[in-house]
Design a binder for this molecule. Structure first.
Ligand code: BGC
Length: 427
């Protein structure tokens, strides 16, 4: 029952710019909302109004004893038009970064988290090789202006989720359904990561820093066959794994582009991660090429299986490919009533503490309820409850539990009895 962390495990929280900031920034999610595509019709221009309330949020994080924060910046806000940089926005983010530093909160900065400025989206975004320079220009700008505050970077969040939801399933902007486009996007994002990795290192080195760490946030899940005796189910599980995550993990991490991905002439084999960053949520149990869920398994409010063991399986696979410290850059669950989140946290931290892998950070997704992409405001993942009408933040039971874990560097029998035992999963 008791969990003691190995000394090196540090706990933090994660968020993403579009999901919390609010505002009409001229990005593809403002546009997707305008097209009526958000299931509950909630508007990302509202979200948690973090762009206004950032100081309150930083103070609340400090009150919760949080020392590690993964956050994003909004490309469309910084560069509202091609070639234009909004200096006031840069000053705003600098103030926020400085304040977090003063509060003793260490930042892991995400440069791209699903959202594109519309001027980039209209050019075809990451589907075209000639567009990659726009992203790389943005990376250069980011390091120039924020490099003195930030040592650790996530270049791109979940290229596989972005590529498949936006270009294969067509559920996210721009709503295309083309396997070849999805593959092109994954390839191009892998190229972008590798180039950004090199650029961030050389720029920060030239600035005199030697503590730079760069990775990409890799969304990984377990793919299991629905019926392990059915050869077709087994083939589908293997192929889904390769197409969705295997090929891109290898391409980005080592520059080794294998079918169906395609590299570029100037990309050579190498090692392009300073740490392994894994976003882990669930397992897919498949009988074809869609997403499937195991019957009779514990599930969250979006119907995703809760499968803690998968976190270690996925981490191990990447660790075998490239031996690096592992950060869990996202892990969390949609639990609208905060009815089972403490149990979820407990079970995931337990598998981490029992594993021999060098998992050194764990960022809970997420700090507060926020705009959950096409689910809008109705899927709550936060440790902190947000009343969207008043923007009032209230620490949930799970948030209080998380603070106690940070303070006690583990989960004692007493803490378990107080917070975990009373909770059950919903089925
Ligand atoms: C994404 C987050 C998202 C979370 C829960 C991850 O795939 O990076 O932006 O909110 O999953 O769906």
């Amino acid at each position: 029952m008791e969990i003691k962390f190995k000394n090196q495990l540090a706990l933090g929280v994660a968020s993403a710019a579009t999901q919390i900031e609010g505002g009409e920034c001229g990005h593809n999610w403002n546009d997707w909302y305008a097209k009526g595509k958000i299931k509950d019709h909630s508007n990302p221009a509202r979200a948690t109004e973090h762009y206004k309330l950032w100081k309150e949020d930083a103070n609340l994080m400090a009150e919760m004893k949080i020392k590690h924060y993964r956050l994003g910046i909004e490309w469309a806000r910084i560069c509202p038009n091609e070639g234009q940089v909004d200096e006031a926005v840069i000053a705003h983010y600098k103030e926020e970064l400085q304040y977090l530093k003063e509060k003793g909160i260490k930042v892991l900065l995400t440069i791209h988290h699903f959202t594109n400025p519309m001027w980039f989206e209209r050019k075809g975004a990451f589907t075209k090789k000639e567009n990659l320079k726009y992203f790389l220009d943005f990376v250069e700008l980011v390091v120039n202006v924020f490099g003195e505050f930030v040592a650790e970077y996530i270049t791109i969040n979940e290229p596989n989720v972005y590529a498949t939801n936006s270009y294969y399933f067509g559920e996210w902007p721009p709503g295309e359904k083309s396997l070849s486009q999805a593959v092109a996007v994954m390839s191009n994002m892998a190229i972008c990561h590798i180039k950004a990795y090199q650029m961030i290192h050389s720029m920060r080195k030239a600035m005199g820093y030697d503590d730079t760490k760069v990775s990409f946030a890799n969304h990984l899940r377990v793919f299991d066959p629905q019926n392990p005796k059915n050869p077709w189910h087994c083939i589908c599980a293997k192929l889904s794994d390769w197409f969705f995550q295997g090929a891109i993990t290898e391409a980005i991490s080592t520059g080794n582009f294998k079918w169906p991905l395609k590299g570029a002439k100037d990309i050579t084999k190498g090692e392009y991660l300073d740490f392994i960053a894994i976003n882990y949520y669930t397992r897919s149990t498949v009988s074809g090429f869609g997403d499937g869920v195991k019957q009779d398994a514990p599930k969250n409010d979006l119907g995703w299986e809760i499968y803690p063991e998968g976190l270690v399986c996925c981490s191990n696979k990447v660790y075998q490919l490239l031996n690096r410290p592992i950060y869990i850059t996202e892990n969390g669950t949609c639990d609208n009533k905060d009815a089972f989140r403490t149990k979820y946290i407990y079970e995931h931290l337990k598998v981490i503490s029992e594993s021999t892998l060098p998992i050194t950070r764990y960022y809970h997704w997420c700090y507060c309820d926020n705009f959950e992409w096409i689910e809008g405001e109705s899927a709550r993942f936060g440790l902190v409850h947000v009343n969207y009408e008043t923007q009032e933040r209230t620490i949930k039971t799970s948030g209080k539990f998380y603070t106690r874990i940070i303070e006690e560097k583990g989960i004692s029998e007493q803490l378990y009895k107080e917070y975990v035992e009373p909770q059950k999963y919903h089925y």
